[in-house]
Design a protein around this ligand. Structure first.
Ligand SMILES: *Cc1c(COP(=O)(O)O)cnc(C)c1O
Length: 826
């Protein structure tokens, strides 16, 4: 019998043996799933396995929560409308140290861990980078023993499942809960009420003061679902609490009273619609009523939830010593007026005291530079849904603008610029301004982004409050994105520098000398090759796509957005094809390349969907072009998500991070690739700037305009046609697309995309084309020397330990949160 008590630094509260694990698994199968081993379905096996692992985390979880509460520790409450968690089983096995135990126990029953884990459906409760960041952050918070809770929404449908029909994106609902999920624990008894609508009234309280009372029109219940967030290498297990909407009893009473059963039931559905579906827009939010309801719903529930944990008679002036709310983008900003409402209207605090408490309790992370991504809510809608909150926002604004007028007498232009309320094109609340005014600290998510926030997007605010602005460069959890996704690389690192680097990622620096060690380089290449082989067989089985793993793997995966410039990558592909067709290069001289795209488009984003159609159309022709002799392949597997990312990123040689400088706030995909030994071809944008700086110019393919160059070109007047006319190679590529060769002779098929590129090209694809092509030529030269390429790839891994989300969290702690760690002991 294999005795596993302390085989690793990873902890389990109950020492697990293969036998006890097996017993618990069989018990789960029989008594929770209600099946025999012999007749269990794959899902039965998964559910039973997941519950078994989950139960090994529960004791540590309850201990963590209870001891921290009893000690009155300061809590970080991370407020995020999205958590893109990815599959949970492997992470739970890793943190409990039970991977080998589970593997052995299942094998002894004739079952395969690999088969069972493949059945897990990932909770896709986020769109892309922002939601994935929240997931990485709660992982690091737990790992660093910080008392923390993640608050969000338990969407019944997460991000849609993408399919392609005749090359076009078709969305399918993501019914991730259809088989139930073993990872959640609902607490209907702990539901809180959240109100909407109605009106406000003035009243006189017992002390004779005039007070405002909100008389809501309707209420819904927010039911908490708890998920365990285990740390790595620690006994601490934190909580992610997602809220689900449920109709209140008042609704049910209404059924009896009204006698109109059908409409009462319909009303119930309306209430429960609040947490029904994740909005699939990334970077361009829509001002929909239901979206604002979602935001207020989860924030109001979360604040109430935290306040009820405070002891009787707690002095609310001390609230900032007990909690810090971190706003992940503007989605939860309605929490600022909500806390004001509670403190002033419900708890009777003076406005000034309440404002001081509120401002000291909130901090705001901005995630964008695109003006269209900055949320605004029409005063009309906000006033209808949250009348009291609108009054409070007005008062906050009045007071704020009075301060501006005092500092800048006579500068009414500035007052108008800075007002939380915009007048044009409609009266609306600028949520980023409300967040900035209502927070102690405002941070950008990469060095360049924070500079641009300070100097451009929020320049008036940084002039007024210079100390409010700071930077925290994003990060990724190396547990998921190295250990779990790339176990071969993790093993090689273990064998080379020992263990312990997974929660001390700067230790990867110790790999640097091995870049000069030929046998290490060989082992490193073998890892990459094995990952490519693994990915190739996955794609064959998942999508029926047949690829050779004997090629340069050139990967661009991220949401489809014009600013990210998938079109630039596609123009490179078409350029290669065009040159071969014209006999300018021989196919035999091409570096064999597999170009992999992965991207979902927001369902209402026409341009993004047309670009997907164009990519698929080009892929179909290029992949079957005899002229290319199979040396250029384009693969576009549908439904890019965390599960796919974990298999794809370790297989990449080249990471495409080619946004227009000044548009990508940070990016985190870029970090995942570098840490897995891909070289980046990229612009000086977002965190690419820091990656470039850290890995060194010789180990990064830099191209394109800098942000100031973009600004001057834009100021001078950008004319994409002049780039088209002045560059034969670019003209060749665009003309080839317009020729109909990718559309069965239809010359108009891609007009929507091409005419935009030629006459608008807001993200200056054509201006950066030439330097991009040249950088790709440098890539081919570099790749031809495999020893030198491996050296560069190893240095990328060795020098990007900075991008662990543990470091991001430490920066938040030092610069913003000031919450001490509270390790619990087993
Ligand atoms: C990391 C990640 C992203 C973010 O990628 P960027 O290249 O930074 O935009 C999006 N989606 C998934 C599934 C991810 O894992």
């Amino acid at each position: 019998m294999l005795q596993v008590t302390e085989t690793t630094e990873r902890s389990t509260s109950t020492p697990a043996t293969v036998d006890s694990f097996k017993d618990e698994f069989l018990r789960q199968l029989r008594y929770e799933q209600g099946v025999e081993l012999g007749t269990a379905s794959r899902d039965d096996l998964f559910q039973a396995l997941a519950r078994t692992v989950r139960n090994y985390m529960v004791d540590n979880w309850l201990t963590t929560v209870e001891t921290q509460k009893a000690a009155g520790s300061k809590v970080v409450a991370y407020l995020s409308a999205e958590y893109l968690m990815g599959p949970q089983l492997d992470n739970a096995l890793l943190s409990t140290g039970l991977t080998d135990v589970a593997d052995t126990a299942l094998s002894s029953l004739g079952l395969s861990l690999d088969d069972i884990r493949a059945t897990e459906v990932e909770p896709g409760l986020g769109n892309g980078g922002l939601g994935r960041l929240a997931a990485c952050f709660i992982d690091s918070l737990a790992t660093k023993n910080i008392p923390a809770i993640g608050y969000g929404i338990r969407y019944e449908y997460g991000i849609f499942r993408q399919t392609f029909v005749d090359g076009r994106q078709v969305e399918q609902p993501d019914s991730w809960l259809s088989n139930g999920t073993p990872w959640e624990i609902p607490h209907t008894d702990q539901a809180v009420e959240v109100a909407f609508g109605g009106h406000t009234e003035q009243a006189i309280d017992q002390t004779g003061r005039s007070v405002t009372r909100w008389v809501p029109g309707e209420t819904v219940l927010a039911v908490p679902y708890n998920y365990m967030v285990p740390g790595y290498g620690t006994a601490n297990v934190n909580t992610l609490r997602l809220w689900s909407a449920k109709a209140t009893n008042a609704f049910n009473l209404h059924i009896f009273n009204s006698g109109d059963y059908e409409s009462a039931v319909r009303a119930q559905t309306v209430a429960e619609n609040i947490s029904k579906v994740l909005y699939p827009e990334d970077s361009t939010p829509q001002g929909k009523e239901l979206r604002l309801k979602q935001q207020y719903f989860f924030v109001a529930a979360s604040i109430k939830d935290f306040l009820r944990t405070l002891p009787e008679g707690f002095d609310l002036k001390k609230l900032p010593e007990r909690i810090v709310f971190q706003l992940n983008d503007t989605h939860p900003v309605i929490g600022v007026p909500e806390l004001m409402r509670i403190l002033v209207d419900e708890r009777g605090l003076a406005w000034e005291d309440a404002w001081d408490i509120t401002r000291r309790s909130f901090n705001y992370t901005c995630h964008t530079l695109l003006p269209e991504a900055l949320e605004v809510w029409s005063v009309d809608l906000l006033g209808r849904l949250l009348p009291r909150h609108l009054e409070i926002i007005y008062r906050i604004n009045e007071q704020f603008l009075a301060g501006i007028r005092a500092t800048y007498p006579g500068d009414e232009l500035r007052v108008r610029r800075m007002s939380i309320i915009q007048e044009q094109p409609e009266r609306a609340v600028r949520m980023a301004f409300l967040a900035t005014v209502g927070s102690t600290k405002v941070n950008g998510v990469a060095a360049l982004h924070s500079d641009l926030l300070r100097d451009k997007v929020l320049d008036d605010f940084s002039a007024y409050w210079p100390d409010k602005f700071t930077n925290v460069t994003n990060g990724i959890t190396p547990r998921r994105f190295v250990q779990l996704s790339n176990p071969s690389l993790a093993n090689l690192i273990d064998d080379t520098i020992g263990t312990g680097w997974l929660n001390d990622l700067e230790r990867l620096k110790e790999l640097e000398p091995y870049a000069e060690d030929a046998s290490f380089r060989k082992a490193f290449r073998e890892v990459k090759q094995a990952n490519k082989d693994r990915f190739v067989s996955l794609l064959a089985q998942r999508d029926g796509i047949e690829l050779s793993s004997d090629a340069l793997f050139d990967v661009m995966v991220k949401r489809l957005h014009e600013y990210k410039r998938q079109m630039l990558k596609l123009l490179h592909v078409v350029t290669i094809y065009d040159r071969v067709l014209k006999g300018e290069i021989k196919a035999a001289d091409l570096t064999p390349r597999v170009v992999v795209f992965g991207a979902k488009a927001a369902p209402g984003y026409k341009m993004a969907k047309e670009i997907i159609f164009l990519i698929n159309s080009v892929a179909k022709v290029v992949n079957n072009a005899p002229e290319l002799e199979g040396r250029l392949r384009v693969a576009f597997p549908a439904n890019y998500n965390v599960t796919l990312a974990e298999k794809l990123i370790p297989a990449a040689d080249l990471s495409e991070q080619i946004s227009l400088a000044g548009k990508e706030a940070s990016g985190t995909g870029n970090m995942k690739f570098a840490l897995n030994g891909a070289l980046t071809i990229g612009t000086l944008d977002g965190a690419n700037v820091e990656i470039h700086e850290l890995v060194g110019g010789e180990n990064f393919f830099l191209f394109g305009m800098t942000e100031p160059e973009v600004q001057s070109l834009s100021d001078a007047g950008y004319h994409p046609t002049s780039f088209y006319e002045g560059n034969a190679s670019l003209r060749g590529a665009i003309d080839l697309i317009s020729s109909g060769i990718f559309s069965g002779g239809d010359r108009t098929a891609f007009e929507f995309v091409i005419s935009d590129l030629l006459y608008k090209d807001r993200f200056m694809v054509l201006a950066d084309y030439q330097t991009y092509i040249e950088a790709q030529e440098r890539v081919e030269v570099a790749y031809a020397d495999q020893e030198s390429w491996s050296r560069k790839a190893i240095l990328n891994v060795a020098r990007t330990g900075f991008f662990t989300s543990d470091r991001s969290i430490q920066d938040y702690l030092d610069r913003i949160w000031h919450a001490p760690a509270f390790p619990v002991t087993k």
